[in-house]
Structure formats: C-alpha cells, structure tokens
Ligand binder design. Structure first.
Ligand SMILES: Nc1ncnc2c1ncn2[C@@H]1O[C@H](COP(=O)(O)OP(=O)(O)OP(=O)(O)O)[C@@H](O)[C@H]1O
Ligand SMILES: [Mg+2]
Length: 251
C-alpha cells in the first residue's frame, strides 16, 4: 500500500482549473519528483495535499486513511509537512528557535527529544550548527534554504513535500542542497519534490511526474528518463528559447 495516494484530484481557483484529475502514489521511502512549466499546477497539487487549498473532487489518502476535509493543522499532525521556498523563516529569531518551531506540528516535545532532533538537523546541515545562535535574517540564500528544509524535518514528518526548495539559488548551491536531499532519501525520508531544474531532480528522485495544464501527463522511473526527450516531449517545443521556461533553463 502506498504511503500517500492522490486520486483524481481536481482543484479550481474560481474559473481556473489548476489541477485536473491528478493521480499519484508515493511509497514509503520513495522520492517522487514533479516537473512542469510555470502554471502547470505543481504548487497547487502540493497545497491540496497539505490541506491549504481544498480540492473540489478526488481524494488524498495517507496510509490508507482518507484525509477528507481535514485542514492543514490536522494534516501536519498526521505527518504531512509542506516546505515552501523562502516562506516563513523568521528573521529576528535565531536559527535554533526557527528549528524548534518546526517541531510543534508533531505535538509538544520533551526537551531531550527536541535536543536529539536539533542534533540530527545539525548533522545534516553543519552550517546551521555554526549559525545556531544567530538571527535567521543574516543567513545567505543557500543557508536559509537549508533552514526551511531542516525546520520541516523537525516534526519528523511521514512525508515531506518540498516546493522548489532551491528556487533562486546559484546552480552550485542548488546542487549542494539536492545532495543533502539525497542523504535524506538514503536515511529513508519519503519526499515529493517540485523542481524546475530537471537534472538535479532526476539525480535524487526515484520517479518523476510531469504536469502540464493541471494534468499529470507522464510518470516514469528517473532511470528511464532521458532529459532531452523529456524536454522535447513535455516541457516545451524544440526551439532554444522554449527550452527555458520563464527564463529558467531546465537542465
Ligand atoms: N491563488 C490563486 N488564485 C487564482 N489562480 C491561481 C492561484 N494560484 C495559482 N493559480 C493558477 O493556478 C494554476 C496553477 O498554478 P500553480 O501555482 O499551482 O502552478 P505551478 O506549476 O506551481 O507554477 P510555478 O512553476 O510558476 O510555480 C495557474 O494557472 C495559476 O495562474
Ligand atoms: Mg509553483
């Protein structure tokens, strides 16, 4: 049985059909990537899974349990954590305080448990240990991106949903962040990752789903995907200009 099962999901914003009949299953320990051009519905699908927007049709099951109309708090408590790039790092608070906030959806933690989780976060992202007592507002873009991922892990989610975790980072910094996500995968963390840099995504994801116009138009094992074919077939026509989506190169 899948850990997460999205079935025939429809999400609308007024007249806009943002997600149309999307179905996707994610197994325990699996990493599934979501690719697709701007406006494809990637963020909306994650938001619907996290309960931040309400689907008009379809279902989301976690561990076989229909999440129905549960709101975002209840979904977070049941283990679904959505990390949105650049969202909600509290600048005046220290790095450590930001991390501690991340533990709350999992319920009140004993001091020792909190310390153990902080230690894990610092092991994965050593730079955060160095910065622990500093206000989060002084972090570089790459460090802030690591902080939001680390904070998302603090409640020990059953599944981590990452919406463009490397958005705006320099290519090397982005690849470094993806390397850490690879370590998380090796440690057994189940993830759904939206990313427009297909090369980074394919390196960490077991499978990728391609969205276009609200629909999942293809899913494939990462090992079966040829980057060039993917771009030609789904992410835009063959002209050089179209290979960059809104100015962002895919590879
Ligand atoms: N709050 C909103 N109100 C109305 N329409 C919205 C809203 N958010 C998104 N949309 C529309 O829904 C569709 C899907 O948007 P969404 O943000 O999910 O796409 P995306 O694949 O995440 O795109 P991007 O790559 O730009 O982040 C688009 O047509 C978008 O314009
Ligand atoms: Mg988006």
């Amino acid at each position: 049985m899948s850990l997460l099962a999205i079935r025939n999901l429809d999400v609308r914003y007024g007249a806009v059909a943002a997600v149309v009949g999307a179905s996707l299953e994610v197994g325990q320990g699996e990493v599934v990537g979501i690719l697709g051009p701007n406006g494809a519905g990637k963020s909306t699908m994650l938001a619907a899974v996290a309960g931040l927007v309400r689907a008009v049709a379809g279902s989301v099951h976690l561990d076989g349990r229909d999440l129905g109309r549960l709101g975002p708090d209840r979904r977070a408590r049941s283990g679904i954590v959505l990390v949105v790039e650049g969202r909600g790092v509290l600048g005046p608070m220290t790095v450590a305080e930001n991390l501690e906030l991340g533990a709350y959806p999992g319920g009140r933690q004993a001091r020792s448990e909190l310390a153990a989780r902080l230690e894990e976060a610092y092991e994965l992202f050593p730079v955060l240990r160095e910065r622990a007592a500093q206000p989060a507002g002084v972090l570089s873009g790459g460090e802030a991106a690591m902080l939001v991922v680390a904070r998302g892990l603090m409640s020990r989610p059953r599944i981590l949903l990452l919406d463009e975790p490397a958005l705006g980072l320099a290519p090397r910094t982005a690849s470094d962040l993806f390397a850490r996500l690879g370590e998380l995968k090796s440690a057994g963390t189940t993830m759904v990752i939206v990313e427009q840099k297909a090369a980074d995504l394919l390196a960490v994801a077991d499978r990728v789903a391609v969205m276009r116009g609200g629909r999942i138009v293809r899913t494939a094992a990462s090992s079966d995907v040829n980057l060039e074919d993917l771009q030609q077939a789904y992410l835009g026509p063959s002209t050089e200009a179209d290979l960059a989506i809104n100015g962002r190169k895919l590879a």
